[in-house]
Design a protein around this ligand. Structure first.
Ligand SMILES: Nc1ncnc2c1ncn2[C@@H]1O[C@H](COP(=O)(O)OP(=O)(O)OP(=O)(O)O)[C@@H](O)[C@H]1O
Length: 471
């Protein structure tokens, strides 16, 4: 080996060791040739012990040797290591057409993207998901209804009420809201409460399918429709969702050419497979969702107006979590319990200070982000109680900024006393707001128009606030 090659190998080892993910590489004989520091820390196995060993001797439930044989990459799989469900990627490395090594990556975090993989995995392969107590999740438990949507705020209560009404009709429903607010959860609830509840619920993420495959995914294809087409053809989602619900997620990402095809099915209740001539009937309830400003897209001509009107018969907007902060304690409490159960550990509690910190955060990733944070708190904090410094540490690691300065009270059990603390927070916020408004009025010598401009709010909002604060 020359100097240059040796130097490159050194660099490679350093890179592997500084990676946050656990990385292991096996050679053609399934012997471990790289075992990075992160993997070693997580498994507690020393690098020297692992190197040169057959991978099955070192890593629990590994499939790297299988991937070596099959040459088929496995991404986003679940693997139980040290009693925990971990997300792993297994990627074969080829040279001259031969698999010469396989890289295994163990993902500890990666927040939303990885959680999405996990969710996708759970949705497509729910039957094979085993609970920590080794029971397959029963059918009724998997059925999502509005009762499973957590939240007691007025905003969420109103949204649930509208969803309940929508479920009774067969009208199309357009669900809008930021990412992670629960649009899919609402879509599933509507399905389970609707006249189509005995039929299938088929979900398609329009943004995840490449444009050229979207038509065959949605409408199916006939035998020999294109190179690589499956023998005997394949039914599309409209056929599969017959007498059920088709949920088209991220509809704002659908190309214009497909939009006209969707419009046709909605109007004619018939679809045609790619390469086919005979139309099939499809009696399907359509629910769509988007986190894009769809009205703006209509104005800009990137979303068909006629389709928009067809889809927007009932509109359900899911408010972001920051607009319904009173739901945060309930969600935290629910997910702490659920995740502790999943890991088979006794329930942990948040100290009051920790809860206050979490309440002051804006949650841009909404409930999906909250679930991630809870999962990370549970896995990283070993004590029974999660403190404010644990929360700060966790947020610092993810470069998320918490807002400080809320009144602190001693420890509390979140499900019992959160409403009180929330009221305290509200009162504190109001006092702050009142003071800011009084100062603005002082500085502008009582000129309300100027004060509103200074505060960056509309004049009518200022009048409302003045009334509210008796100013
Ligand atoms: N009100 C809620 N109660 C309990 N869990 C919720 C609630 N809302 C959302 N979740 C959970 O948050 C995660 C994200 O929800 P969901 O996938 O429905 O969001 P979404 O708005 O469809 O996201 P995206 O726009 O990114 O597709 C899921 O794990 C879901 O179970």
């Amino acid at each position: 080996m020359n100097n240059y090659q040796e130097h490159s190998l050194d660099i490679l080892s350093t890179i592997l060791d500084s990676a946050y993910e656990g990385i292991v590489v096996v050679n053609e004989s399934a012997e471990i040739i790289h075992f990075n520091d992160a993997y070693s820390r997580f498994t507690g196995i020393k690098k020297a012990e692992a190197l040169g060993q057959h991978v099955t001797k070192i890593i629990e439930n590994t499939r790297l040797h299988n991937v070596l044989e099959s040459g088929i990459p496995e991404r986003g799989s679940l693997q139980i290591i040290n009693g925990q469900e971990m997300i792993v990627h297994r990627i074969p490395i080829r040279k001259d057409g031969r698999v010469i090594a396989v890289i295994g990556m163990l993902i500890f975090e990666g927040v939303s993207e990885l959680y999405k993989i996990l969710e996708k995995h759970q949705q497509t392969d729910r039957k094979s998901i085993i609970h920590s107590n080794n029971l397959v999740i029963p059918e009724e438990k998997r059925k999502i209804t509005l009762e499973k949507i957590i939240g007691k705020s007025d905003k969420i209560a109103q949204t649930k009420q509208l969803a309940r009404k929508a479920a009774k009709t067969l009208a199309t429903v357009l669900i809008t809201g930021e990412s992670g607010t629960g649009k899919e959860l609402f879509a599933q609830s509507i399905h389970h409460l609707s006249p189509y509840c005995d039929g299938p619920f088929i979900s398609v993420n329009c943004a995840a399918i490449p444009d050229h495959l979207l038509e065959s995914e949605l409408f199916g294809y006939e035998d020999g429709a294109f190179t690589g087409a499956r023998k005997g053809g394949k039914p599309g989602k409209f056929e599969l969702a017959h007498e059920g619900t088709l949920f088209l997620d991220e509809i704002g990402d659908m190309p214009l050419s497909m939009q006209s095809k969707i419009l046709r099915v909605l109007q004619e209740k018939e679809g045609i497979r790619v390469g086919g001539v005979k139309p099939y009937r499809t009696n399907t309830r359509i629910i769509t969702a988007t986190n894009k400003a769809i009205e703006q897209m209509v104005q800009q001509g990137t979303f068909r107006e006629d389709l928009y009107y067809r889809l927007n018969i009932i509109r359900l907007h899911i408010p972001p979590l920051r607009e319904r902060k009173e739901d945060i304690p309930l969600l935290l409490s629910y997910y702490i319990e659920e995740i502790c159960q999943k890991y088979n550990i006794s329930t942990k509690q948040l100290t009051n200070k920790a809860l206050v910190q979490l309440l002051s955060y804006e949650w841009p990733g909404n409930i999906r982000e909250l679930v991630n944070i809870v999962e990370r708190m549970i896995s990283l904090v070993e004590k029974k109680e999660i403190s404010a410094s644990d929360v700060s540490l966790l947020f610092n690691q993810t470069s998320i900024t918490l807002q400080p300065s809320y009144p602190m009270v001693e420890k509390l059990e979140i499900d019992k006393q959160t409403s009180t603390i929330f009221l305290e927070l509200k009162a504190e916020k109001k006092l702050e707001e009142r003071e800011i408004i009084t100062n603005a009025l002082k500085e502008t010598n009582g000129n309300k128009a100027k004060a509103a401009r200074k505060l960056g709010i509309h004049r009518s909002t200022l009048y409302d606030k003045l009334k509210q604060f008796n100013l």
